[in-house]
Design a protein around this ligand. Sequence first.
Ligand code: SAM
Length: 256
Amino acid sequence: MSDLRRANRRLWNEWSDDFQAIWRSGTDEGELPPAPSPFADDAPGGPQPGILDSVEGQAYVELGCGGGQGSVGTAELGADPVVGVDFAGDQLQYARELREEYGVDAQFVQGDVTDLPLPDDRFDVASSEAAFQMVPDLDTALGEAHRVLREGGVFVLSVPHPLNEALEAESGTVGGDYLDPGPREITIDEEYDEVLRTFDRSIADLHGALLDAGFAVRRLIEHQRHAVEANEPEETDLPEVLWRVPQSVRFWAVAR
Ligand SMILES: C[S@@+](CC[C@H](N)C(=O)[O-])C[C@H]1O[C@@H](n2cnc3c(N)ncnc32)[C@H](O)[C@@H]1O
């Protein structure tokens, strides 16, 4: 494991308690915390029935699963088996707790997305939400996603939109450089020993890397925030400029 990946893993173990507290912040006592699946009707961009009818009975892996929300939500939709992989042990503890709360079947495995501890051609469906932007060697990670999928398997890759990442939210100007792939350092908390390092790859670079890894890209979605879609700006105190750019980019790809 490279120094950069080791540092990012330390950061995620440090950040895990606070990060998962954000996930649970809107949950009332006695309610289940959210576990949104990327294949649910209300997922960003919606389902893509022309690419994948249903996850029911499909073998599914979530890459960079964090607190397991995507894995648990997709198990709820009937995927089976379900495996979540993450390199941060503290995040996986939260994933296992969420699995118990929902009472679904899912296996959570510690591993790096660039070296998956999983066999070839094992899964019908894979997804990754907000994780691959932290991976220095994107080509290796995409190669691993392709390796564990059977031919014709579906991969949904979502990362923060690079334009969103290039904005200085407070001043409303472009602070970063859309064409600079990074790494960019982000201080999450002055108290933490580590900073977060991310790679803001352009849409063209992400698209090209998927093709080079052996995927056919069937759909590209530039997704706004849900509150923007619902036209409820008063629901958030985010700087206004963030309403005018997509929050994430999402590729629906098929393993060739
Ligand atoms: C922003 S969180 C997203 C987690 C989850 N998908 C979600 O939507 O909440 C990013 C996750 O990616 C994991 N991660 C980052 N780089 C990784 C790598 N190389 N291998 C495995 N997991 C990684 C981190 O540990 C963290 O849990």
